[in-house]
Design a protein around this ligand. Sequence first.
Ligand code: DGJ
Length: 540
Amino acid sequence: MRSLRALVIGALLLLAPASLFAEASPLPRVIEANGKHALLVDGQPFLMLGAQTNNSSNYPAMLPEVWPVIDELHANTVEIPVAWEQIEPIEGRFDFSWVDALIPQARQHNVSLVLLWFGAFKNTSPGYAPEWVKSDTKRFTRMMTKDSKTHYVLTPLASSTLQADSRAFAALMRHIRDIDPQHTVIMVQVENETGSYGSARDFSPEANRLFAQPIPAQLARKIHKSGTWAQVYGWKADQAFNAWVTARYVDQVAAAGQAELDLPIYVNAALSDPFKEEGAQYGASGGPNWNVIDIWKAAAPHVAVEAPDIYDRDYAKYAAWLGDYRRPDNALFVPETGNDVAYARFLWLALGNGAIGWSPFGMDATGYSNFPLGAKQLDHDTIEAFARNYRLLAPIDRDWARLAFEHPTIGFAKPKDGSDQSQVMGRWKISAMYGMWSFGERDWTWIDMPPNPNKELPVGGAAVVQLGPDEFLVAGADLRLKFAVDKPAGGDNVQFLDVEEGTFENGRWAMKRRWNGDQTDYGLNLTQPVLLKVRMGTYR
Ligand code: DGJ
């Protein structure tokens, strides 16, 4: 009897569509509370310690050159392309062998996946669209320049392109829904660095007609202004218009995919100088650049996150871009950053700004280097600059994400001139100092102090979570942190009450040892990546 029942249940299970079980584990999603964000994976906050592969690593034959780097890096999430040309080489005939190979291997390597949909726009161009799209410029119209020449970018105004792109993306999402009930795929990027170089927008007659009209009501409501594009946006009207039509296009592709599988979707931006708005229109005009995030937010409600691709080693710019994208209505996520040593310290800055994820680009051994953006060569020392931080954080990715979601955070990274930095958390002023030995003070003259080799290197950073008024979780490397009372009432002296080095195990703090003596006498010297729980006190 029992075996018959088991047989019947077994047969039913075999017959049931995989999507029946899709609800077994909750869908990943991005949530917000009090202006802070978390990415929920399996219903719990998760910090993406990402690694993005090179562009053309999206073939099963390349994976043996991907996994060793991912494993060495201790990344918990791999961002990797799925190209339109590879899933729909012939119109209407889909081939999902790439994701079928990728997803089980990702599970074997214990990583989540972020899929990058290289559809009609890849770094603005249709390079990854199938040949039947690229070669049919009648059906899949390109933008037109001001002097009526055909531009290389597909116009986001063409409904034929939108339909074909949406259909392919929806087919991909449907397939993932069927093969990935456990949600190894946690997020999807729709298109890649949209916008247009060399022409700020489409200047076709139809585009010009739309450009002369009032801005859409949805946008007018958001920015509390009305009028034509030129009236509302002045000199940056072309960029603003292109942002709107591009974001509307992307939103509809995203919606078509989400109707099949409702994963969080984000878009990535090619950035212009954060300190000079003039000129942004000549960059990837229309993409989700820092100066048009409001337009994207109004135009693309199916896109959860606008995200910056940061390829600049300059602290001031890096910090400015993080500030631009860290908004109550936008979770901070850095899906791409350079992969040489100088970028590794910015993980701490991103975490201190509440990032839900961060990812160096080009993390595989397929031999390509995007120097001068990233490393000349991805050798073991370069990988180690990132891996040492990921090794510390990977075991506590959920603890960090939860605590950073619930509590205030700040971040530090070494600036160009190596000068000290300080930030205030509650009644405490926390200072970061770079390029110092772990012993002694800078103004000591009684002993000869040769410069620390780190002084000249672009290394050092930390992220701090304020767990309570006087309690902090500190993670970082290659810097000294000092705590002082921000506005000392006369006679306040500061002391460490408790400094514990440790980690989290099963969601609870697990102390390895207490720091004292040399380890705290000159501040907290984080030489190698370390996690500390610090309780401060004052006395008179
Ligand atoms: C940013 C793009 O999003 C990436 O796909 C890649 O092309 C890099 N630029 C350059 O390596």
